[in-house]
Each structure stands twice: as structure tokens, then as C-alpha cells.
Design a protein around this ligand. Structure first.
Ligand code: DGU
Ligand code: CA
Ligand code: CA
Ligand code: CA
Length: 195
């Protein structure tokens, strides 16, 4: 994770359409225009990565509002959420995403929310405090895939992965898990594995 190099106010979602946006390890602090960081669903994202964009070297300050959204795939590298808001990262439009070197703290409910198709690959992460590491949007039955490795996940109220889809798959490898009641919630037999 980064040591903060300064502070940037964010009053509206920063949209990154392809290419790479380097946050320079600045702390991005949402104004009240983004939201209050509660469980209210009407909040805005700090960043929207689109069409394969990479966002790197960013600290999301207080509060986390609706975190970071993906439209059509992309990559997050070296991102810290110091105080997760409604959720931290959401797949809003279908696409594959890579999340590496990410740290999240002080969530109430979800860390990663998946609302559209795609594969999510997470490597080298820390999550301390949330209900779920990952949630496929409730009641949806399309197939999602999430593969997690090299993570340190602690203090979850519910579990690591949750879906309502009989076809979705999840895997957890080479990770340290502490104070987490369960790994797989709602997955069909054999679809969610931990090793
Ligand atoms: O279908 O999409 O909680 O992305 C209902 C909505 C709702 C989402 C989700 C999210 O489930 O807003 O934060
Ligand atoms: Ca939500
Ligand atoms: Ca929080
Ligand atoms: Ca959300």
C-alpha cells in the first residue's frame, strides 16, 4: 500500500476510459456530493474504470462512498480503501477485472460487488472488516467467477464469497483467514473451493 503524498478532493466520479491513471499515492477524499459512506444505495463512485483501463497508486480516504466501479473491464493496482463505504469495488458492466495489491478496511457490508458478467482475479490483498469479501448481486443467477490468492482476510461478519447463482464459481488459495465465520455462501456443490 501507499504512504500518502497529499490530498485531492473528489466532487464527482473520475472516469478513466482506457489507458492508465496513476494517482501518485495521493489520498482522494470524497465531498458530500459523492455520498456519506453509509449503506445508502444512492451514492457515487470515486472512480469509474472503463474499457480495460488501469487505475493505480490511489488511497481512498474518508468516507468511501460507492468506491470504484468497472464498466467493461480493467485493472486496479495498489489501491487502499481506508474506510470502505457502501461497498469498495463493483463490476457494473460486464468485463473481466484484475485487482492486485489492494487493501480495504472498516467496511460494513461488502468489499467487492459483482452486478454483471465476468471473471474477477484478486491477488495480494488485505481486507480487515466487512460482512462479505465478495457478493454477486442478490437474486441474480448469471455465472460469475472469482479467483482469490495471496490475501489476508480478517474480521468478516458473514463470509468470504456469497452468491445466489447455481452456476457461479469461486476459489480461495494461499490466503490467511482469521475471524471469518464461513467461506462459501449459496454456491452449488463443488463450485466454491478453498485450499
Ligand atoms: O439490483 O443493483 O447493492 O451495486 C439491485 C441493485 C443493488 C445494487 C448493489 C450495489 O443490488 O445497488 O451496491
Ligand atoms: Ca449495495
Ligand atoms: Ca466504513
Ligand atoms: Ca454499491
Amino acid at each position: 500500500s501507499c504512504k500518502s503524498t497529499g490530498s485531492v478532493p473528489v466532487a464527482e466520479t473520475i472516469k478513466i476510459d482506457g489507458g492508465t491513471y496513476d494517482g501518485g499515492c495521493k489520498t482522494f477524499n470524497g465531498t458530500s456530493a459523492l455520498g456519506d459512506g453509509s449503506q445508502g444505495e444512492a451514492q457515487k463512485a470515486y472512480f469509474r474504470i472503463m474499457n480495460g483501463a488501469t487505475l493505480k497508486n490511489v488511497i481512498i480516504g474518508k468516507n468511501g462512498a460507492d468506491g470504484i466501479h468497472s464498466w467493461y473491464g480493467g485493472t486496479l493496482d495498489n489501491i487502499t480503501w481506508t474506510d470502505i463505504g457502501e461497498d469498495a469495488f463493483s463490476v457494473k458492466k460486464a468485463g473481466n477485472v484484475t485487482l492486485k495489491n489492494i487493501t480495504g478496511k472498516a467496511g460494513e457490508d461488502k468489499f467487492i460487488q459483482q452486478n454483471a458478467e465476468g471473471t474477477i482475479t484478486v491477488t495480494n490483498c488485505i481486507l480487515d472488516g466487512a460482512a462479505k469479501f465478495y457478493r454477486q448481486n442478490g437474486g441474480k443467477t448469471f455465472k460469475t467467477t472469482i479467483n482469490v490468492s495471496g490475501c489476508d482476510i480478517s474480521n468478516l461478519k458473514e463470509g468470504v464469497f456469497r452468491t445466489d447463482s447455481p452456476t457461479s464459481v469461486a476459489s480461495l488459495k494461499n490466503s490467511r483467514i482469521r475471524n471469518v465465520p464461513t467461506i462459501c455462501i449459496g454456491y452449488a456443490a463443488g463450485k466454491c473451493t478453498s485450499s
